[in-house]
Design a protein around this ligand. Structure first.
Ligand code: ADP
Ligand code: MG
Length: 320
C-alpha cells in the first residue's frame, strides 16, 4: 500500500475527517482551511507520543488512537478553548491495515467525544511516533493562562488525581488487579476525557489554569512561576479515587496523585467569590491556596511542610 492509498483509506475516509463547524477545507490539499468567528482567537498546541516512552510499543491501537487525541485536546481545555480540528503526523515502521483501521477508529471515537475533526497530517516511515496538533477557538482576551494567579485565590482541581499513574504497572504488565479496580484505572490511562466543558466554563472566572500532565506539584510550580506567587497544596484535600487507594494503598496512591503524570485534569486558581458561583455547576475540588512568595509547598493536616523532592516527570532534568 502506498502513502496516498494509506491516507485515503484510513484517514481521509475516517468518520472524524468528514468536516465540522469551522472546517472550510479538510484533508487533500496543501493546507487545511479553518474559519473563526469575528472576535475569536485561535488556540494551537502540539503533542508527540513516542512508542516505548509515552506508551508501550505493543498495545491496543484503538486505545492508542483515543489517548493520542485526548492528551492533545486537553491543552485546549486548559486554555478554555472550544475544539475545532486536529492534524496527525504519523510515523510508522510498516503498514498494518488492521492496526491502522483500529487506530483510526480510536481516533474517531475521541474526536466525536471532543467535537473536533481530523483536517490533515503527514505520513512517514520510521519508529512508531504520533504527533497531534490541535486547533481551537477562544473569545479574544479570554484564554485561561498560567500567569494570572493572585494571592488570596483558592487552588482547585477538576477531578480525582493519580488514576493514570496508578494504572501504569497494569499498562506495563508488571502487576495485575481484579477487574473492578483495573478497569477504572486503565480507563483513565487509555482514554482520559479532556475537561473541555469545564475549561470553557472557567473563562471569566479562573485567574490561571493548566492541565496536569507531569504531576500536580510539578504543574502547580508552572502556575506559581508564571504568576509570580507561592502555591500551597493541602494533602488531605487532594481527591483520589477509591480504586486507586484500594489498588496502591494510601501512601503510594498519594504519591501517584501528587507527582504521577498523565492525569489530564485541570488545575486552576479562583478568587474566593468565583468559587461560590461555580460550585454546584461544575466539578471543583479546592485543594489549596495562593500566597505571596514563590514555589509550591505541600502541607499535612497539621500544617507541616512535607514537600517531596521529586515533584513530577521531566524528559530532560534541569542541571543543578
Ligand atoms: P504535502 O506533501 O503537500 O505536505 P502530503 O502528501 O503529505 O501533502 O499529504 C496529502 C494530504 O493528506 C494533505 O492534505 C495532508 O494534510 C493529508 N495527510 C497526510 N497524512 C495524513 C494523516 N496521517 N492523517 C490525516 N491526513 C493526512
Ligand atoms: Mg507531506
Amino acid at each position: 500500500m502506498g502513502e496516498f492509498e494509506l491516507i485515503n483509506r484510513f484517514f481521509a475516509a475516517a468518520s472524524c475527517a468528514q468536516g465540522g463547524e469551522g472546517v472550510v477545507l479538510g484533508i487533500g490539499d496543501d493546507c487545511a482551511l479553518l474559519s473563526l468567528f469575528p472576535g475569536e482567537q485561535m488556540a494551537v498546541s502540539t503533542d508527540t507520543l513516542v512508542a516505548g516512552v509515552h506508551f508501550p510499543a505493543v498495545c491496543d491501537p484503538c486505545l492508542l488512537g483515543q489517548r493520542s487525541l485526548a492528551v492533545a485536546a486537553s491543552d485546549l481545555a486548559a486554555m478554555g478553548a472550544k475544539p475545532i480540528g486536529f492534524t496527525l503526523a504519523l510515523t510508522l515502521p510498516d503498514v498494518g491495515p488492521d492496526w491502522l483501521a483500529a487506530f483510526a477508529e480510536g481516533l474517531s471515537r475521541m474526536a466525536h467525544r471532543c467535537g473536533m475533526s481530523l483536517i490533515g497530517g503527514d505520513t512517514t516511515r520510521g519508529p512508531l511516533s504520533i504527533t497531534v496538533t490541535v486547533f481551537g477557538s477562544v473569545p479574544a482576551g479570554q484564554a485561561l493562562r498560567r500567569s494570572g494567579a493572585r494571592p488570596g485565590d483558592v487552588l482547585c482541581v477538576g477531578a480525582a488525581l493519580g488514576n493514570a499513574a496508578g494504572a501504569l504497572p497494569l499498562v506495563l504488565g508488571e502487576r495485575v488487579a481484579p477487574v473492578e479496580l483495573a478497569a477504572p484505572l486503565l480507563g483513565h490511562y487509555w482514554s482520559p476525557m479532556p475537561q473541555l466543558e469545564l475549561g470553557q466554563l472557567l473563562r471569566g472566572h479562573a485567574t490561571a489554569a493548566l492541565d496536569i500532565s507531569d504531576g500536580l506539584l510539578a504543574d502547580c510550580g508552572h502556575i506559581a512561576k508564571a504568576s509570580g506567587v507561592a502555591i500551597e497544596v493541602n494533602l488531605e484535600q487532594v481527591p483520589m479515587s477509591s480504586a486507586l487507594q484500594a489498588f496502591l494503598g494510601q501512601d503510594a496512591a498519594r504519591r501517584a496523585a501528587l507527582t504521577g503524570g498523565d492525569d489530564y485534569v485541570l488545575a486552576f486558581t479562583l478568587p474566593p467569590e468565583a468559587l461560590s458561583s461555580l460550585q454546584g455547576r461544575v466539578a471543583v475540588h479546592v485543594i489549596g491556596r495562593v500566597l505571596e512568595g514563590e514555589g509550591v509547598t505541600l502541607r499535612d493536616p497539621q500544617g507541616r511542610d512535607i514537600t517531596p523532592v521529586q515533584r513530577g516527570y521531566q524528559h530532560f532534568r534541569e542541571t543543578p
